[in-house]
Design a protein around this ligand. Structure first.
Ligand SMILES: *Cc1c(COP(=O)(O)O)cnc(C)c1O
Length: 417
């Protein structure tokens, strides 16, 4: 297929896209800019900017009295997120960052398996997750096993074969941040339970992009971001999930007053709340949390099945474009070929991926991102990306390689990618 055929195909797909009207609900971005990094930081919904301003005005008018309402916000928005991840409302709360939530829930999980001393994860887990696990291994004296998996190997089998009577916890990203591979949550949770271990899923790259069924899978613990496909804003607080029956069986290792049974009694002895809020720590970030809700509401309204269907078509188109337009100039497909196994982004390997990334951002008005060692990552967020955008992105990528703009950045080393 030639580029013009792709342009025509994209026009057809855009014309029949049931979700296309959602684009107008997002705040306008710079003219001509193609944004393929919604999996790192989503574009602001117009309603979130309004909500953020309202929240600031509530602060101004209510002052400390605002807390009688604000106290309920983390659980209320947690309940909305629960509906996106197949959980019950009382199992999810907004709290802290994803990283901190991982620390809390891994410790809580290890307390439930005192006679086992191994945590298993894989080499595609997010580095912050791996660092937290390394820290916990050091401070608790448990062993961390990071399963290394060859690109073409059977990832599921490689992970599952490490389960055994010494394993307390398996923790994985449901959709991995680099390749976008999706682990089969239900089958792996079942296998983990059969081995007597608990499971914790990081949903950061899954929530808002793929259907998640925590209850159906009988998942024990989960955490995730709100600023990626949920468009909650830079540094928006994260969420955590604990299965209903486990909530009162375990505790946070950080005993903060927001996890306390009646924090405003200011009791001197820690007595954790009997509900999911026992995993909260300190005062919630009300201004940031306020901006999360409109993006969550939008995903609910669009429907995760329709979002996923569009996402598969978008990433399929990107894979076809890679084959027709980018393979011959040195790009390798680093994401699964089958849409079924792939989340919302496509990673392309290239020896000059970093300089290509910089040329795209600085000279071609396309924002993807670069992930070590040589991945150009294209986040194709379904509510903000059209099929025409995908074709145009591929055209710009090819152009910066062919016309030498990428070569100008050889050797550059930015601080943030
Ligand atoms: C983005 C991401 C995080 C980020 O965690 P923060 O604490 O919000 O910085 C963690 N885990 C995964 C899998 C991610 O994709």
């Amino acid at each position: 297929m030639h580029l013009m055929d792709f342009v025509a195909l994209a026009a057809e797909l855009d014309a029949s896209d049931e979700l296309r009207s959602f684009r107008s609900e997002f705040a306008p971005i710079e003219e001509g800019l193609l944004y393929l990094d919604g999996n790192s930081l989503g574009i602001p919904p117009k309603a979130s900017l309004v909500r953020a301003a309202e929240a600031a005005a509530e602060w101004q008018h209510h002052l400390v009295r605002g807390w009688s309402e604000w106290m309920h916000i983390p659980a209320r928005i947690g309940g909305r997120i629960a509906s996106l991840i197949g959980a019950r409302a009382g199992e999810v709360v907004i709290s802290d960052s994803t990283t901190v939530n991982l620390y809390k829930l891994v410790n809580a999980a290890l307390d439930l398996r005192p006679d086992r001393n191994v945590i298993v994860t894989d080499d595609e887990n997010f580095p912050s997750d791996l660092y937290v696990l390394q820290g916990i291994a050091r401070t608790r004296g448990v062993q961390l096993e990071i399963v290394q998996i060859e690109p073409d190997a059977d990832r599921v089998a490689a992970v599952l074969c490490r389960l055994g009577p010494d394993v307390a916890l398996l923790t994985l990203s449901h959709v991995t941040f680099k390749s976008g591979w999706i682990y089969p949550m239900q089958a792996m949770t079942r296998a983990t339970h059969e081995a007597g271990a608990l499971v914790l899923w990081d949903l950061s790259h899954a929530v808002g992009a793929v259907p998640v069924e925590l209850n159906k899978a009988d998942a024990d613990f989960a955490i995730g971001c709100t600023y990626k496909y949920l468009n909650g804003g830079p540094g928006a607080p994260a969420f955590l999930y604990v299965r209903e029956d486990l909530i009162t069986q375990c505790q946070s290792p950080i005993n903060g007053w927001m996890g306390q049974r009646d924090p405003f009694r200011f009791g001197l002895k820690y007595d954790p709340n009997p509900d999911i809020s026992r995993f909260m720590v300190g005062t919630p970030s009300i201004l940031s949390i306020a901006a999360i809700e409109p993006g969550v509401e939008m995903v609910q309204r669009a429907g995760i099945d329709r979002i996923r269907a569009k996402s598969k078509r978008l990433t399929d188109l990107m894979v076809q474009l890679w084959e027709a337009e980018l393979k011959d100039i040195g790009f390798a497909l680093r994401s699964p070929r089958e849409a079924e196994n792939r989340g919302g982004h496509v990673s392309l390997g290239h020896p000059d991926a970093l300089s290509i990334d910089l040329a795209l951002i600085n000279d071609a008005k396309l924002i993807p991102d670069f992930r070590e060692p040589d991945n150009l990552r294209l986040g194709i967020s379904p509510l903000t990306t059209s099929f025409a955008d995908v074709v145009e992105a591929s055209r710009r990528i090819r152009a910066v390689v062919k016309d030498g703009r990428a070569a100008n950045y050889a050797g550059a080393r930015p601080h943030v990618t």
